[in-house]
Structures are given as structure tokens and as C-alpha cells.
Design a protein around this ligand. Structure first.
Ligand SMILES: [Zn+2]
Length: 159
């Protein structure tokens, strides 16, 4: 799939949430959960290992109460069960929380763009959001962050 070079990566990073870490955490001593599923396909240029590492950190932080789940989905706003969604797998603090339905439609948007457009249009209320600017072509956010050697890379000391 083609990569979009003119995508506004900085804008996406600026629009993503910034969760507060609610207690001191030492990831080097953390007992991270085990990933029991096959490797993941890359998303936004992040490798399977990078995606899985972020998942482990997210679950760990939730388990110890260092991140609090919101009551509603960040896209459709419905109250109910939500889970992490990553655009930037280098920083768990930037992960929106989504319901299963929105999460699935978002990840399948390259194959089913109409479902995604419908959901995004219904959910955008006037202002720009991280999901209103998502591309329908795959982007390489991982490369952008690595190349810029920005504050977003390498994996931040989150505490
Ligand atoms: Zn939702």
C-alpha cells in the first residue's frame, strides 16, 4: 500500500490525548503481561514487536491503576466498555480509548473506507479531532518519529 508523505504527522500527534500517569511506575521492574496471540501486522509503520510492547505497557498501567479508563468511547462517545487504541505506539499516554465497534471500523478503514467515513462524519462535532484527520491510506508515523528524533522517540521515560 502506498505511503502518504504529505500527511500532517505533527498535527496528529498534537491532537492525540495526553493521559496522566496517576502513580510512580518503574517499567524496568514491571511484571508485564504476556502476549498470547500471533504477531500483529504493522500499523502506522510500527512493527509487531513495537505494537505488542505498547499493549503490554498499557495493560500493566491499567492493572496497577496508573491510567484510568474513561467511561465512554473517544469516537462515538457511547458509554460502555473501552480499550486502548494506539496511533503512536511509542507513548501509551497518547492512546485514545475506543469501543470495540469503533476500533474495528478504524483498523479496517483501508479495506472499508465507507464504513469509516460514515462513523467519522457522525462523530465529528465541528472541530478537528485526531480521528477526523486520519488518512485512508497507510501512513508511516513510526518513521516520522524516528527520523525526527523528536521528543516522541526513543520510548519516553513516562514517569
Ligand atoms: Zn465507539
Amino acid at each position: 500500500m502506498s505511503k502518504v508523505d504529505d500527511f500532517d504527522y505533527e498535527k496528529l500527534l498534537s491532537l492525540l490525548p495526553r493521559h496522566k500517569i496517576l502513580k510512580p511506575v518503574d517499567l524496568s521492574r514491571a511484571n508485564l503481561p504476556v502476549w498470547r496471540w500471533p504477531p500483529l501486522k504493522s500499523y502506522n509503520g510500527f512493527t509487531s514487536d513495537e505494537r505488542i510492547r505498547n499493549w503490554k505497557i498499557g495493560i500493566y498501567l491499567l492493572n496497577i491503576g496508573a491510567i484510568k479508563k474513561p467511561a465512554h468511547c473517544d469516537i462515538c462517545k457511547k458509554v460502555g466498555s473501552v480499550g486502548f487504541h494506539s496511533e503512536n505506539y511509542y507513548d501509551i499516554r497518547m492512546d485514545p480509548f475506543l469501543c470495540k465497534s469503533c476500533h474495528t471500523i478504524l483498523h479496517l478503514r483501508f479495506q472499508f473506507p465507507e464504513s469509516w467515513k460514515k462513523l467519522a462524519q457522525m462523530s465529528i462535532i465541528g472541530k478537528e479531532t485526531w480521528f477526523s484527520i486520519l488518512s485512508l491510506q497507510e501512513i508511516d508515523l513510526a518513521k516520522f518519529i524516528r527520523q525526527n528524533k523528536s521528543k516522541y522517540y526513543p520510548y519516553p521515560k513516562i514517569i
